[in-house]
Design a protein around this ligand. Structure first.
Ligand SMILES: C[S@@+](CC[C@H](N)C(=O)[O-])C[C@H]1O[C@@H](n2cnc3c(N)ncnc32)[C@H](O)[C@@H]1O
Length: 299
């Protein structure tokens, strides 16, 4: 009788509870397939220029146009498996509206669109006109092949730290479930904190939006640290991905008020004192990496 009652309860559970865990291999395969479809029509997307860029060397002519390394960092593309793992994290699922801040040539945008499926909307914001153009071409090719809906996958040309943002950027940010930023190479005075990006996001995002940054932190009252996930880069290097939940509402006064608040209260000498949970997670991840390296030497 008790078993029957329990079974009755289980069948009444919403289907999301019983959903199978995401299959990271299948997500990567879907992403790779869609990226390949875009590249077939856009050979320059795979050119040496971009391979050089991916390896972190100075950008080629087209990509460098409009990009100032001191302001926008070095180009690189986030690993697809790492993204599939992040999108599978319980704090990140389910994602319907995804924004990539600094989306480059759009490879990750296309990959994420394939991972999230037809109902999702994926938007990139990119400061380099040349990279944005490549992304637009790739997206156009996929739309032409009817592999994606035009409204489901977009690249927007804008510097996210410029204010006020173009309306399309503000709208994409305001509705986002997940905002991702491959911030590893983003310029940062102390190598860890991103005050301008933090103020931008704090002034645009809704409560409960998830923000993911890599190797660097967002700072401010609106960001609650949730988890750190270590993923592997293309050369097997460790990338520390920080998952943040947005809380509260934007300050009256928008970006400028948010930046002032960040600079007054969150940029002190000791970053760890302001964010002990994120700091402890980072120290643990670094210790684990060192232990792994020590094991490799012993073996
Ligand atoms: C490391 S690449 C990442 C590209 C893409 N997200 C991926 O993972 O494949 C960072 C990109 O961010 C762009 N970027 C940097 N600062 C930016 C800003 N303030 N606004 C918009 N784009 C920016 C750079 O031009 C570059 O294309």
């Amino acid at each position: 009788m008790r078993v029957a009652r329990l079974l009755g309860c289980l069948s009444a559970l919403p289907s999301s509870v019983a959903a199978p865990p995401p299959n990271v291999d299948a997500m990567v395969a879907a992403a790779t397939s869609l990226i390949d479809s875009a590249m077939v029509l856009e050979p320059e997307w795979t050119s040496e220029r971009y391979r050089v860029a991916v390896e972190g060397l100075p950008l080629g002519d087209a990509a460098a146009e409009g990009v100032h390394e001191a302001r926008h960092g070095v180009y690189g593309e986030f690993p697809l498996r790492g993204m599939a793992e992040l999108l599978s994290h319980p704090a990140v699922r389910p994602t319907l509206r995804f924004v990539d801040v600094g989306s480059g040539a759009g490879r990750l945008l296309v990959g994420v669109a394939a991972m999230l499926g037809d109902d999702a909307s994926v938007v990139g914001v990119e400061a380099s006109a040349a990279l944005h153009l490549l992304a637009e071409k790739a997206i156009g090719a996929l739309v032409e092949q009817r592999r994606v809906r035009p409204a489901a996958l977009r690249s927007l040309l804008a510097d996210v730290t410029d204010h006020p943002p173009p309306p399309a950027v503000a709208a994409a940010m305001a509705h986002a479930d997940v905002v991702f930023c491959y911030s590893t190479a983003f310029p940062s005075d102390d190598g860890l904190r991103l005050p301008e990006l933090s103020a931008t996001l704090a002034s645009l995002l809704r409560a409960d939006c998830i923000v993911i940054t890599t190797d660097k932190w967002v700072v401010g009252d609106r960001f609650r640290f949730v988890a750190l996930m270590t993923v592997r880069g293309e050369d097997d290097e460790a990338i520390q991905a920080f998952i943040w939940q947005v809380v509260g509402v934007p300050l009256t006064g928008g970006f400028h008020a948010a930046l002032q608040d960040v600079q007054q209260h969150w940029m002190g000498e000791d970053a760890c004192a302001d964010n002990p949970a994120a700091c402890a997670a980072l120290v643990e991840a670094i210790d684990a990496k060192e232990a792994e390296q020590a094991q490799d030497i012993i073996r």
